[in-house]
Design a binder for this molecule. Sequence first.
Ligand SMILES: Cc1cc2nc3c(=O)[nH]c(=O)nc-3n(C[C@H](O)[C@H](O)[C@H](O)COP(=O)(O)OP(=O)(O)OC[C@H]3O[C@@H](n4cnc5c(N)ncnc54)[C@H](O)[C@@H]3O)c2cc1C
Length: 379
Amino acid sequence: MSPSLSSPRIAIIGAGIIGLSCAWELANRGAQVTLFDSNFHPGRGASWAAAGMLAPAYEAAAEEGAHPRLFDLCLEGGDLWTGFAREIAEATGRDVLHIGGPSLAVALTTQDLAAMQGLATALNAQGIPFDVLSPDETLAHEHQVSPGNRGALLLHTDGQVDNRLLVDTLIRALEKHPNAVFVNGEAPLVCSGNALTVAGFDEVIIAAGWQTPSVTAGDTPLGDIVPTLKTLQPVGGHMLALLRQPESPEMTLRCGSLYIVPKAGRVVVGATVEPGVTGHEIDWDTIHGLEVAAHELCPVLKEAPIIEAWRGIRPGTPDHAPMIGALGETGAFVAAGHYRNGILLAPVTAQIMADLILDRKTSELAAAFSPARFAAATA
Ligand SMILES: Cc1cc2nc3c(=O)[nH]c(=O)nc-3n(C[C@H](O)[C@H](O)[C@H](O)COP(=O)(O)OP(=O)(O)OC[C@H]3O[C@@H](n4cnc5c(N)ncnc54)[C@H](O)[C@@H]3O)c2cc1C
């Protein structure tokens, strides 16, 4: 076996949580990885902007048009998280503040109650354990929820991680890893005939988040070479962080599209869903709207000043699920389009890519997320 086959040289384009996790898994399994990121500060895309919730159960109430196996992938992703966080901590000595759960899905209005019922039905259908809480029981779990709450679901499987700490820790760990190299800049990707290659590498993974279709091979955007990639669409999201105070809530709280996620020193509040938006500029009326909604759910947060506001960009796909696998007939691979679950799905994506590239192996579940599912729509 040639050295490149026993430890293949792999170029990864994009060092967000997806590129980083793939690099981590592949390097640990003996591959030689080089991560290319065009941003001077890698990892500061969606992975930095996220709330870090690891919430497979909340995903069970799938929106119309969602991939039918997305929930299964989210559950598998959630199952891998404890081991993933432990492995990173053992290798780096840094705790990425992973909390396995639980979270609360709270109802404040009749509409929220109906949504809660829908979620409970979906969870029952999937056999996922949860508890239905009365308003008083909800307050017993989290004192800072509004006394006017109308009950909640206690979601044992839904936790969180400090996504910023995670990204920074993986970057540091990979910088010291004997099998990994970082390059600040675009990869010299070329397209010859159908084939996408980077000179000196055996394999290429494109993991550039919402910008994946605009990564270029020569002067040509990948979206023009592989039309499937054009189904990836940016979805903006406003968020804010409040100063965490001793009386701030301690549990992750969901209520419709609003969430409150306590972190060390701050309480993250999100988020809007803005299809097609690629700008990072902040609309303060929108931030104020989120802040008011957070005050309704947790009145004590009125005392907490805003310490940060931002707008991130999720990599969306038509079925809200990622593309993981071979990129058409190009010989390259893609791992992108994780929409609002990229942090949750990072370890499972990394495993799927490593199995595929190193062992040429794909599970039945992984195969369902091949980008080929969009090929007919873009032919
Ligand atoms: C507001 C908000 C809240 C969210 N909350 C959660 C949550 O609670 N839980 C969860 O699981 N998910 C959440 N998400 C989703 C999650 O953040 C994303 O799915 C995930 O971060 C996508 O990771 P990525 O690595 O694909 O993309 P990114 O993190 O965007 O990384 C892509 C990288 O590619 C680089 N790049 C771009 N173009 C090139 C190029 N040409 N060459 C080289 N490099 C390039 C960029 O610089 C960047 O570093 C949230 C997202 C947002 C915006």
